[in-house]
Design a protein around this ligand. Structure first.
Ligand code: NAD
Length: 526
């Protein structure tokens, strides 16, 4: 295999670079311009960026063999993720690299508010000694309200627990069990707003969270409440925060993030009960080092064909889910291969139903992608992989339907796929026995192993047809290793699945189709 090549386009910690040197040729060009990048990107298998380099659609389109774009930080604002997805290029980042750093910054702001550190600092530096003006508040015994208990919120909980605070959490996506492990109680938003002495926000900025802390919420809070936002500007409505602070409705606020950054003319900057920092929550050497190491490890995983952990544009499974779903990969691959070889013309619709135990499993998306990859790869020039499979299907107007059913017809799990193409409609059902097995073709019960070459013929179920097909194959030296027939009722349409030792030449297929009472004949190589 050719040696992998990685381009480091922005300055990252040396430890990340060293990690990559084990598996690839590393080229560091941290002052490369976008024009130069477009010229050279075709040589690289991976690129690492921080914020300076913009991985635009033009860059992606010039990238011949690029497999992965790695952003050594949180977020991927400088990467055109849609363009990468369309080309089957993975985009990874290092979202967990800053969690501790941001949590510690949050602690700093909380302490600064409680003990008036930043304003006292300013006062002393201005030559004053105003001891009585800076009466503070103890955190011990007070209630902390965490809005959003993800990576950062959890770290804040642990730290505030050490300060002997009571912890309340509002996060609709966290279980009571997970919260109680961190010593926190899950409450609704109103209870948190009503009871917390310190509120800290750690949710993403979404249409739901934008301005989710505004006048209505400030009106519910206690008089001395401190509120901190080290998440994203826009979650707190700043005009309403200004009113709440200047009217003395709440005790103080700390912001690392603002609706507009920098918040130059914001009246908030004139308030004494306000602590502000210039979006530096994630800025520590340790966070930058960790981000570099995390993305280097992701690139190594991809080069070793292992599953990366932080892919933005592909579903990622935790090890337990991966263990459950992995045995089905081969079955999906076989079903996809079967279907594309039996299709006639353009694919219109692929309808996948997960039945039985698999239906209870919440993450079948990767299996759907696997089928799409198998179905689309033989018919398209662009490579289709797990990253771009859904995007490619959508761009080609193929309708993809995913469903679940409890009943798996006596099997633990069963997968049914119906595919409509321009000229026909095929359905196939598969299960995992010792090996992947096809148990139904077009509503006919069969029991077919999923390897080797098979001939599938549909015909009218009257005496003599099976013999006629066998004779025709014999005339052309095609040996039948195994035969199965399926029918719904005597005399109706039937299906014959023949395992054959040789390929069936196209001409022979044509002759079979011309036989009386034979409707269709196709071969499938699995
Ligand atoms: P995360 O995804 O791990 O956690 C977010 C949590 O918010 C999840 O538990 C989720 O269930 C919860 N949530 C989502 N919508 C909610 C809602 N409407 N109400 C209550 N909870 C809700 O994210 P994280 O890594 O902990 O990051 C948290 C925030 O910090 C993000 O906004 C991120 O952008 C920001 N951040 C800021 C800096 C900085 O420099 N200040 C650095 C890194 C991250």
């Amino acid at each position: 295999m050719d040696e992998m090549k990685v381009l480091i386009a922005d300055q990252i910690n040396e430890k990340g670079i060293n990690e990559l040197k084990d598996v690839a040729k590393v080229n560091v060009q941290t002052d490369i311009t976008n024009e130069e990048l477009i010229k050279v990107i075709g040589d690289f298998d991976a690129i690492v960026v921080r914020s300076r380099t913009k991985v635009t659609r033009e860059v992606i389109e010039a990238a011949g063999k690029l497999k992965i774009v790695a952003r050594a930080g949180v977020g991927v604002d400088n990467v055109d993720v849609d363009a990468a997805t369309e080309r089957g290029i993975m985009v990874v980042n290092a979202p967990e690299s800053t969690s501790i750093t941001v949590a510690e910054h949050t602690m700093g702001i909380i302490l600064s508010l409680a003990r008036k550190i930043s304003i006292a600092d300013r006062s002393v530096k201005n030559g004053k000694w105003e001891k009585s003006k800076f009466m503070g508040t103890e955190l011990a015994g007070k209630t902390l309200g965490i809005v959003g208990m993800g990576r950062i919120g959890s770290q804040v909980a642990t730290r505030c627990k050490a300060f002997a605070m009571e912890i309340m959490v509002n996060d609709p996506y966290i279980t009571e069990d997970a919260a109680s492990k961190l010593g926190a109680t899950v409450v609704d938003k109103e209870t948190l707003l009503k009871n917390a002495d310190v509120i800290t926000i750690h949710v993403p900025l979404t249409p739901e969270t934008r301005h989710s802390i505004s006048k209505k919420e400030f009106d519910i809070m206690k008089e001395n409440t401190f509120i901190v936002n080290c998440a994203r500007g826009g979650i707190i409505k700043e005009d309403d925060l200004y009113d709440a602070l200047s009217e003395g409705k709440i005790g103080g606020a700390g912001l690392d993030v603002f609706e507009k950054e920098p918040p130059k003319d914001s009246p908030l900057l004139n308030l004494d009960n306000m602590v502000v920092t210039p979006h530096i929550g994630a800025s520590t050497r340790e966070a930058q080092r960790d981000a570099a190491i995390i993305v280097a490890k992701e690139i190594k995983r991809v080069f070793k064909s292992e599953s990366p952990k932080n892919v933005i544009n592909m579903p990622v499974l935790d090890p337990e889910s991966f263990g459950i779903i992995k045995p089905y990969f081969q079955l999906m691959e076989k079903l996809g291969k079967f279907l594309i070889q039996t299709a006639q013309g353009n694919i219109r619709e692929i309808d996948i139903t997960y039945c039985g135990e698999l239906a209870e499993f919440p993450k079948q998306d990767i299996l759907t992608r696997m089928v799409l990859q198998e179905v689309l790869n033989p018919i398209l020039t662009e490579p289709v992989n797990l990253v771009n499979a859904k995007a490619v299907a959508e761009n080609r107007g193929i309708i993809v339907i995913e469903g679940k059913r409890h009943d798996a017809k006596g099997h633990d799990s069963l997968i049914r796929i119906k595919m409509k193409s321009e000229g026909n409609e095929m359905s196939v059902e598969g299960v995992l026995a010792k090996e992947p097995q096809i148990v139904m073709i077009n509503d006919y019960k069969v029991d077919v192993e999923t390897h080797g070459t098979m001939l599938i013929a549909t015909y009218e179920d009257i005496p003599g047809i099976i013999g006629a097909i066998g004779t025709k194959l014999g005339e052309h030296n095609v040996n039948i290793a195994k035969m199965q027939v399926g029918r719904q009722k005597p005399g109706g349409e039937a299906v014959m699945v023949l395992k054959v030792d040789q390929q069936v030449p196209k001409g022979v297929l044509g002759e079979l189709k011309k036989l009386d009472h034979v409707y269709d004949a196709v071969t499938v190589n699995l």
